[in-house]
Design a binder for this molecule. Structure first.
Ligand SMILES: Nc1ncnc2c1ncn2[C@@H]1O[C@H](COP(=O)(O)OP(=O)(O)OP(=O)(O)O)[C@@H](O)[C@H]1O
Length: 198
């Protein structure tokens, strides 16, 4: 069953809509790209679909119903900057368990070393930290993942590793993915279709 945004509208300033009447749909197991010029609202659309913000008009529906108001959201968002998505005062073990408790095999598959679990976010590299954010987002309740420039700041090898992992999990669990990126080649490689904001 799909994740849908119907006739979405959003404004940060009272007198200017960022977008209006925007429709988007991602089906389970589908990988869809979202591209468009900087500042046109791609991140904002991701935030609406994951329930971080409420649309000014329109609605977000999962299986035809509003997102659950409480508990773990089945639509998870991974941002470009993992350091902004974690509490700097918590150890990584606790940060990871905010989502769920991935077993050692899952942690190994995404490349999380056991010794990192006792560190604080400031003691990890961006790529190491992003592995935790991705793992945290892939709990058993997750049905859709919104990857907002998820690997943009990483080197090519790490990018490839992380996408391989996410694509394998998505295929196994029939997750829907919305990939927000400026990298045209990445979108063409990953996605069955790309929505262009223009
Ligand atoms: N919290 C906020 N308050 C006011 N304006 C905001 C806020 N967040 C974003 N904006 C503005 O809304 C517009 C859309 O931002 P958004 O981050 O959704 O765009 P984007 O398409 O993802 O951009 P980019 O490709 O540069 O990441 C931008 O002009 C931005 O400055």
């Amino acid at each position: 069953m799909p994740l849908e945004g119907r006739k979405l509208a959003f404004r940060y300033d009272r007198d200017r809509w960022l977008f209006r009447g925007f429709d988007i749909r991602v089906d389970e197991g589908e990988i869809v790209g979202l591209a468009g010029p900087s500042g046109w609202g791609k991140t904002t659309i991701g935030r609406l679909l994951a329930g971080y913000d409420k649309p000014g008009e329109g609605e977000v529906l999962l299986d035809g119903k509003p997102l659950p108001p409480q508990g773990c959201c089945p639509v998870q968002l991974v941002f470009q900057h993992p350091e902004k998505a974690v509490n700097p005062r918590m150890r990584m073990r606790r940060i990871l368990s905010e989502g769920w408790k991935p077993d050692p095999a899952f942690r190994a598959a995404i490349g999380i070393a056991d010794e990192w679990l006792e560190r604080f976010p400031g003691e990890l590299s961006g790529g190491e930290l992003q592995r935790f954010c991705i793992a945290r987002a892939l709990g058993p309740q997750t049905r859709y993942l919104i990857a907002d420039e998820m690997t943009t700041m990483l080197d090519a090898v790490t990018q490839a590793q992380l996408w391989r992992f996410v694509l394998d999990v998505a295929a196994e669990r029939r997750l829907g993915l919305l990939v927000v990126s400026h990298e045209r080649k990445l979108l063409e490689r990953l996605c069955s279709r790309v929505i262009e904001l223009q």
